[in-house]
Design a protein around this ligand. Structure first.
Ligand code: 1VU
Ligand code: MG
Length: 349
């Protein structure tokens, strides 16, 4: 194991120095597109200004005989499109596939200066991140890349969940982690056959009641993802990286998608994936705090002065801990307002 003193040392001669803190850049939606699908790729110039992150997907949902088309399509899109301050990410193929190595070799060499983050699927432990970390340093050095490409892991195997803390802290390149409910369900032998969301069979039932205990008993659907999401949020927060909810597959059920995204937002996530244009607005709405919440947060911060002591505002006790919660909301609002003129006006009102 390397000495902690070497943690921030570049892993190849000539590679850029690792970042000491993950920069917080708004990433409310990570919008997936298939760069080998010409129709989808043609929409990139119009979609890019409407999203925080555009992700060229090379892994699942790209058929085996389209992997190379997707890879070269991403190179073409990245070279041809000015994305402004929208981030460009990619999801490479999994490390046990025959494509991952060529994905990294091609993308870093050809468009490494345009890629902000590389998403690595099916990460099982720190060793997967170490492999990518060293390889990226070698390729960055070879290509003369000036700033380090960050790494994002998908939490989508039972082994990965067991090792989530060590994954989060495996490298200074670690930018964040997304929950991948579909592969995780398969890995755990869950019986859900869907991509995220709840299941009507996963419920609790109210106790028997009524005169002879035969009155109808209400049931309450439970959240299948609460444990994993909460664990992932803690691992990310403990290591100074960012947590995300991943995909919601029922594209037509925009209401349930919004619920899933909001649960993630309230629990600490900064964004989610959008798989279809209709999910972009949902993520934007959910992962931007409401103007009312921002106004309340600023009111508490103003009233709390140096942030210590206790005051009453509208009948509610505020102290150091609510001050800190309000700072989370106010700081997020400031970061979003700097990117989004609509929010800047809404938060200023
Ligand atoms: O109006 P047009 O025909 O010109 O365009 C269609 C469609 O091409 C376009 N569109 C998109 N454009 C950009 N980015 C997208 N992600 C995107 N999705 C669709 O919008 C127009 C309307 O589309 P539609 O409503 O007719 O939808 P389709 O049946 O064409 O496509 C639906 C799917 C779900 C297949 C499509 O949205 C898609 O492939 N999305 C990305 C899926 C993906 O990346 N999956 C992997 C991540 S999830 C995971 O790994 C775990 C499960
Ligand atoms: Mg997956």
């Amino acid at each position: 194991m390397r000495s902690p003193k070497d943690f921030f040392r570049p892993l190849a001669v000539g590679a850029p120095a690792p970042v000491r803190e993950v920069p917080f850049r708004p990433s409310r939606m990570i919008h997936f597109f298939d760069p080998g699908n010409e129709k989808m790729a043609a929409k990139v110039p119009d979609i890019a200004p409407t999203v925080d992150v555009l992700l060229g997907n090379l892994e699942d949902a790209v058929a085996a005989d389209r992997k190379e088309a997707a890879r070269s399509g991403l190179v073409k899109v990245a070279k041809a499109t000015d994305l402004g301050d929208t981030q460009l990410w990619t999801r490479i193929n999994s490390l046990d596939s025959p494509w991952a190595l060529d994905d990294l070799l091609t993308l870093v060499t050809e468009i490494g200066d345009k890629l902000d983050v590389i998403m690595v699927p099916k990460v099982e432990g720190a060793e997967d991140i170490h492999y990518v970390d060293r390889l990226l340093a070698q390729l960055e050095a070879k290509a003369g890349i000036q700033r380090p490409i960050l790494v994002h892991a998908i939490l989508e195997t039972a082994t990965g969940v067991a090792n989530v803390e060590e994954i989060a802290g495996a490298s200074p390149r670690m930018q964040g982690i997304s929950l991948g409910p579909a592969d995780l369900a398969a890995s755990r032998r869950m019986k859900t056959t869907r991509v995220g969301g709840g299941h009507p069979g996963y419920l609790v039932r109210e106790d028997p009641h009524g005169a002879d205990g035969s009155a109808p008993r209400a049931t309450f659907q439970q959240d299948l993802w609460h444990y994993t999401l909460a664990r992932m949020v803690d691992a990310c927060a403990a290591h100074g990286i960012l947590p995300y909810y991943g995909p919601f597959g029922d594209i037509k059920d925009t209401t349930a998608c919004e619920d899933q995204f909001r649960n993630a937002f309230l629990l600490g996530c900064v964004g989610a994936w959008s798989l279809h244009p209709v999910q972009i607005a949902i993520a934007k709405r959910v992962f931007s705090p409401s103007p009312a919440d921002v106004a309340w947060a600023r009111k508490v911060i103003d009233a709390m002065g140096d942030g210590t002591g206790a005051v009453m505002i509208d009948g509610k006790m505020q102290d150091d801990a609510t001050y800190k919660q309000c700072q989370v909301v106010a700081q997020l609002a400031d970061a979003l307002a700097a990117r989004d003129p609509e929010l800047r006006d809404a938060y200023a009102a």
